[in-house]
Design a protein around this ligand. Structure first.
Ligand SMILES: CC(C)(COP(=O)(O)OP(=O)(O)OC[C@H]1O[C@@H](n2cnc3c(N)ncnc32)[C@H](O)[C@@H]1OP(=O)(O)O)[C@@H](O)C(=O)NCCC(=O)NCCS
Length: 157
């Protein structure tokens, strides 16, 4: 994903947001404009937090995937890849684009000696869950995710 892809990627992100809003009653916490500003800053500024891959057909953007590398010392997994965003336009679905994008990160992970690709998926997103299962993903059931708001930290030291 290059800076020149961003106009098209933002259009798809709006479609993605609309899709996700259909799965939840919770209102958005940030505006689309703020989300785009941060995506640009965090992905394309100094020390990028993530990278992206795009799938195009004759110039038209069909889908994109964002990921970042991590490290998992558990069971010697070593380098791992976290997929943080995956979206394929409605018209391009069920043609193998999502599989192609996931295949690209799988190869990327293997190329640096990694063995695991992680993805978080909303329980209500049944279609995505079916898709991930179809490409061989399995639930991680013994390591539930915990979250913590860093701004709430009050140091006792
Ligand atoms: C989930 C998502 C990325 C899958 O992308 P996709 O391009 O449709 O995926 P694929 O075409 O590779 O595979 C989808 C299905 O089509 C089938 N398929 C793949 N190539 C095919 C082909 N040439 N002909 C017919 N079917 C095909 C796959 O077997 C798969 O089967 P499934 O219905 O059992 O899952 C897409 O549906 C999407 O963007 N959803 C909304 C956003 C979202 O939920 N993202 C994930 C957030 S965690």
């Amino acid at each position: 994903m290059k800076k020149s892809d961003l106009g098209d990627v933002f259009s798809l992100q709006r479609e993605f947001e609309f899709y996700l809003q259909g799965l939840t009653d919770k209102p958005r916490k940030t505006s689309i404009a703020e989300q785009e500003r941060r995506f640009f800053k965090d992905g394309f500024g100094k020390n990028p937090a993530f990278r992206g891959i795009v799938a195009r057909d004759r110039g038209k953007l069909l889908g994109y995937l964002c990921y970042h590398f991590g490290y998992d010392p558990d069971e010697m997994k070593g380098r791992v890849v976290y997929v943080i965003d995956l979206f394929v336009t409605n018209e391009a679905r069920a043609r193998g684009v999502g599989t192609l994008l996931m295949g690209s990160v799988a190869r990327l992970c293997s190329s640096v000696g990694g063995i695991a690709v992680y993805v978080c998926v909303w329980k209500k997103n049944k279609k995505a869950i079916r898709f991930y299962k179809s490409i061989g993903a399995e639930w991680v059931t013994d390591v539930p995710l915990m979250a913590w708001e860093s701004s709430k930290w009050k140091s006792a030291l």
